[in-house]
Design a protein around this ligand. Sequence first.
Ligand SMILES: [Zn+2]
Length: 506
Amino acid sequence: MTTTYEAVIGLEIHAELMTNTKMFCGCRVVDSVEADPNTAVCPVCSGMPGMLPVINRRAVEFALRVALALNCEVQSHNIFARKNYFYPDLPKAYQISQYELPLGLNGWLDVEVAGETRRIGIRRVHMEEDTGKLTHLERGHLERGHLERGHLERGHSQSGHLETGGSLVDYNRSGVPLLEIVSEPDIRSGEEARAYAVAIRQILRYLNVNSGDMEKGVLRVEPNISVRPAGSQTFGTRTELKNLNSFRSLAEGTAYEIERQIGILNAGGQIVQETRGWHEGRRETFSQRTKEEAEDYRYFPEPDLPPLHIAPEWVEAIRTSLPELPQSKAARYMADWGLSAYEAGVVTEERAVAEWLETAVAAGGDPKTVVNWLINNLFSLMNEHKQSIEAIKVTPAGLVDLIKLVDDATISHSAAKTVLAEMYSRGATAETIVAAKGLAQISDADALSQIINQTLVDNPDQVQAYRDGKTTLKGWFVGQVMKATRGKANPALVNQLLNQALSDPQ
Ligand SMILES: [Zn+2]
């Protein structure tokens, strides 16, 4: 008899906050991949003795935005704590974090998974500082990357790759404001883990506090995973998964780990509590650190920082200034504009796209039509040119003007696509391009009737065949008229006039 298992998954998400300066000093926050190493460092963030930290107010404001957007209760009394451990990327030998009194508690986020809404609890949102970044010298080669601690320890203790040179450390990232968002263990599958992490990333980007760039490591997602017999209320032994640098890896790594654990239990084995890494190439997890090596962080209140009191008025001011969030926008677009769930999801993925759309609708565009043009045409032009919507020359009002030319039959739908591509590359208005390229349709009924009559006169056999019942010839006649007008005839009008002409007994 085989047992049915259910997975129990919680996610820890670390997000760097895009402030100008670091969490506790005046150093600028720089791009950790592009900036030269150790160029944004001072005595505070490099851990010189006797230096005193000062809390970055902007970082607290950013953290508050996130806590409120995730429906957390905001704690007015905040304490920073020292998390002690010794590691070369941490010059002070402790990280300033929040432990017993975090900024936000008991929040939640609804996510859609396979058409179903799942509410995931948010246990806590707290502030801390990021560590430096290690670069691993391996057999004389420099392997740049986001090396997590587990990686390097493995290098030292197991695979012995450090014969030549050791490690380089860059403290540019040391002290960058970092937010940790810890979910409740409410997640049940790799796909749910992905949906939750994607939704968190989207909210962070809407709030302008994080770029969401997982490749650069500014957003890091670590699931802890256990399985238990379905219906059981106790927790199984859990493993933590690291080195996930994409949502795909998060979903696959989590699914892999669930299956691995079930396999062990079904074979009568026991799960070892450990940290496991995700091997990108082999697409499997491997052991990095077992529980015996896990640190005791000896947390205690940070003596160099006073308790942080957050005024309720400040919290309320931030709450009222929050932008409308993607889920609420999507629901509104579906209710007010009749968008499908798919369309609403696509146009709210990026805040800038949603705002572009709203501007177009405010300029008089029909929401459904504007969305069709966005999804079917503008997005492919943006993809082709690798541009975001903020960077393009087509304005919301410009697209609305183009749509009006189609609606009043000045140009055909297919001509409008040509015009849009031209607007995209040149930034000219639709009217200018239509005039310059002579794309205006012939919508003059008299002019078209003349062309149609001439077509019928020129093709008596086809007319006879049509009148004898071969009605499929209709398309052929339309084609002849379009040819005669070099594609500029208004197709609806051609159809209507042809129907009349062909049914008129001559
Ligand atoms: Zn500094």
